[in-house]
Design a protein around this ligand. Structure first.
Ligand code: PA5
Length: 460
């Protein structure tokens, strides 16, 4: 297994001096980088920054593996109820490491309803046998409106089916002490997994948030964590110019200073597609901040965008090659595909197809990646490649850790708190007020006053 980080095409030697970086521009950040690294190490040691310690949890891995075995025997369906950081990691791991049509042939069938669209949820209820479904409610805070509402939605079905035994089909992953899920768990003997206090939602994929659904789906979580541990070591090197997390952060930081405020993550692999979605949340929620650590207004961040190669070559690439030069594109490339048989030109009377004869789909996909990379590079568009030797548990674990560590470094370079999300909290509070939750009456009044002042421009 291996993950390579190729940053050739951000350097001025390859894309010219207007948009390229000089080596010394990156090297000059290593002094600050070392201070950040020291701070991160201390915070990891004190568990304030818990995600750094998550690759090393043998006991938890054994507990989850045993629990997953029991679930696989007892349940035919698994429904993961959570949103944001409580869902995107598990979804990304599942897409990468399980069959795309997993639910057509495997058991337990796995569902991730991470939204409250009532029609969408109703459609799901038609495909599960509630009495044989395990509902995993995942919420660090325990009170997120979407997660609470989805839980209540399924509770109706559970109670109808199982009466007072409904709790036997529930498992919670939440804070060790706080939150409403713990209140429920004090009333009923519901199995609870814990998210360590120093681990935020979007950094929680290596906690039971991601490990429980992965193990239930038959993913080797030991290997996933081994990959993360291996990358953690690489990202801990003092030699920052060989530290992929620092370099990813430093490159994006330098480009943010040059007003390249869009970060595109473009996997040339359907299996890695949702890793880009996960990255979007991580990068956006961590770095999009109004104030820096000194409480000065900075309104910083980089807008993450997901694109899928080769599909989006036929949709977004025209813009990336010829439109505003305001992006940094990160390709995800797979070196070796599991299934990659050569094609045959069955239509021998069409010589135009001959170039495909004997070639594989993987070859074509990677040639398309190289072609896009060339087009961007020739047009002075900065681009990076994270190359997976293959799509394996180890490499997926390594990728996830790499981007988490890069985000921590980027937060340090930007001098912001990458681990809070006041903007999300603001939205959560407004939702509670609009939904008339007790204790939010004043907020509701404020919103109503604001709405009353608003002018409406509406076409009917
Ligand atoms: O990364 C985060 O902190 C957020 O995206 C949360 O994961 C999301 O808001 C869900 O929160 P909770 O797990 O508390 O329900």
């Amino acid at each position: 297994m291996s993950i390579q980080f190729d940053f050739s095409n951000v350097m001025e030697t390859n894309i010219g001096s207007t948009h390229g970086l000089r080596l010394d521009e990156l090297e000059s950040l290593t002094i600050l980088g070392k201070e950040i690294q020291q701070d991160l190490r201390e915070k990891a040691k004190s568990n304030e920054l818990g995600f750094y310690n998550l690759p090393y949890q043998d006991e938890l891995v054994n507990e989850i593996t045993q629990y997953a075995e029991h679930v696989r025997k007892r349940f035919t369906h698994y429904v993961h109820i959570g949103i944001g950081g409580s869902a995107l990691g598990p979804i990304a791991v599942h897409t990468a490491l399980r069959d795309s049509h997993y639910n057509l042939s495997e058991s337990p069938k796995i569902f991730f309803p991470d939204n409250v669209d009532p029609d969408w949820l109703e459609e799901l209820t038609r495909h599960i046998d509630v009495s044989k479904t395990l509902f995993h409610v995942v919420s660090k805070s325990g009170g997120t409106a979407e997660t609470a509402a989805t839980t209540l939605y399924f509770m109706d079905f559970l109670v109808k089916e199982l009466d007072e035994n409904f709790y036997k089909n529930l498992v919670f992953t939440t804070d060790p002490v706080d939150g409403l899920l713990n209140q429920i768990a004090r009333e009923y003997p519901i199995k609870c997994f814990r998210i360590p206090p120093g681990v935020g939602g979007r950094f929680s994929v290596f906690t039971p948030v991601g490990l429980v659904p992965a193990a239930i789906a038959g993913i080797n979580i030991k290997k996933l964590l081994a990959g993360a541990a291996d990358m953690a070591k690489r990202c801990d090197t003092d030699d920052l110019m060989h530290n992929p997390a620092f370099l990813f952060a430093a490159i994006h930081y330098r480009y943010m200073q040059r007003e390249k405020n869009i970060s595109v993550m473009m996997p040339y692999s359907n299996k890695l597609r949702d890793l880009a979605d996960w990255y979007c949340q991580l990068w956006a929620e961590s770095l999009g901040k109004r104030f820096n650590i000194n409480k000065e207004k900075v309104e910083t961040g980089q807008t993450p965008v997901k694109a899928l190669g080769a599909t989006d070559q036929h949709s977004q690439i025209q813009l990336y090659v010829e439109g505003p030069n305001d992006k940094v594109v990160t390709f995800l490339e797979v070196e070796s595909f599991k299934n990659n048989a050569p094609l045959t030109n069955h239509f021998t009377y069409i010589p135009e197809f001959d170039y495909l004869n004997g070639k594989t789909l993987g070859q074509l996909l990677n040639a398309e990646k190289s072609a896009t990379e060339l087009a961007l590079t020739n047009n002075e568009r900065p681009n990076l490649t994270i190359k997976f030797s293959d799509v394996s548990e180890e490499n997926v674990g390594a990728y996830l850790f790499l981007l988490e560590a890069a985000t921590a470094f980027a937060g340090g370079l930007l001098n912001i708190n990458a681990f809070n999300q006041p903007g999300v909290e603001e939205g959560k509070i407004a939702t509670y007020a609009l939904m008339e939750r007790k204790g939010y009456e004043q907020k509701k009044q404020q919103i109503e006053t604001l709405l009353a002042k608003k002018k409406t421009f509406l076409l009917k």
